[in-house]
Design a binder for this molecule. Structure first.
Ligand SMILES: Nc1ncnc2c1ncn2[C@@H]1O[C@H](COP(=O)(O)OP(=O)(O)OP(=O)(O)O)[C@@H](O)[C@H]1O
Ligand SMILES: [Mg+2]
Length: 264
């Protein structure tokens, strides 16, 4: 028997199928405008890749902002719990998880057994999120990979004073017109994200190892700047966007084994 987790985020949808503690398939799609259709598609592809049918999935946990769209799920669980669960499974020494996705950012604290002990979240505006980086990369006419590569090798950051993504975009356009070096503007954008994240981290009493999850963990300039600002080493898993879906699948597995032990 197998279990699955699906994470329907504002930008990407991931699904992980597990059997006997092993990953049978992992799928990532763009969420797009119809999260219900995307969730179904993720299920179809994940089943195809794992050579299973839907009846083989004993328990499915859905998470993420669009979790209600997975009408085939057994249960819904918050992203905070799922990212915590996935991160702790990948590295049990982790006590602080920084998840920056497309539309929100979170700092999650874990106890010794991996339970969430506290968290802070910014879901009020695009500032400090992946969406902010996308808008700024658009204004600078580079893709996110190039943005990350150029920002990491920049000199001094040009300070971006606007908090709001809409105003910051106009500010960036003005800075380009004033002739500021593009790489230094990029560095300033990265600093603006990391300063917000560091403020969130400092609101929690953190210690122990750090892990970063969510798509922004793929931006090496952000990771490097956070490591410097926090004076810590941050672990980045091979596929940081998959951690929420992995955590959801692990919770599904636990539900099945709890139900199993109740029947003994
Ligand atoms: N190759 C890449 N290089 C740099 N950044 C990237 C890359 N791929 C994705 N990103 C960043 O990841 C963000 C999307 O992250 P993610 O897929 O975790 O979002 P999500 O889970 O859909 O959103 P949320 O959890 O906020 O609803 C993008 O906005 C972008 O900034
Ligand atoms: Mg997410």
């Amino acid at each position: 028997m197998a279990v699955a987790g699906i994470d329907i985020g504002s930008l990407t949808t991931e699904m992980v199928v597990l059997s006997e503690g092993k990953v049978l398939s992992s799928v990532m799609l763009s969420t797009g405008s119809n999260s219900r259709t995307t969730a179904r598609k993720a299920l179809t592809v994940a089943l195809e890749e794992s050579g299973l049918s839907q009846q083989d999935l004993e328990y499915i946990v859905a998470t993420g902002y669009g979790r209600v769209s997975a009408d085939f799920a057994t249960r819904q669980v918050t992203e905070i719990t799922c990212h915590g669960k996935g991160a702790f499974f990948l590295a049990p020494e982790v006590r602080t998880v920084i998840d920056i996705g497309g539309q929100d950012s979170k700092v999650i604290c874990l106890g010794r057994r991996g339970k969430v002990t506290d968290f802070v979240m910014n879901d009020k505006c695009a500032a400090g999120t992946g969406r902010f980086l996308e808008v700024m990369a658009g204004a600078l006419e580079v893709d996110l990979e190039e943005f990350s590569r150029l920002a990491i090798s920049a000199g001094k950051p040009v300070s971006i004073s606007s908090m709001c993504a809409v105003f910051a975009e106009s500010e960036v356009i003005s800075l380009i017109a004033e002739g500021y070096p593009r790489q230094e503007i990029m560095r300033g954008i990265v600093s603006s994200i990391t300063e917000r994240t560091i403020t969130m981290v400092n609101r929690m009493g953190v210690d122990g190892a750090f892990m970063m999850t969510g798509g922004v963990a793929r931006n090496k300039a952000v990771v490097e700047s956070l490591q410097k600002g926090l004076a810590v080493k941050i672990k980045v898993p091979e596929d940081p966007q998959m951690v929420g879906a992995l955590g959801a699948a692990l919770i599904a597995g636990e539900e099945v084994s709890i139900a199993g032990s109740e029947h003994i």
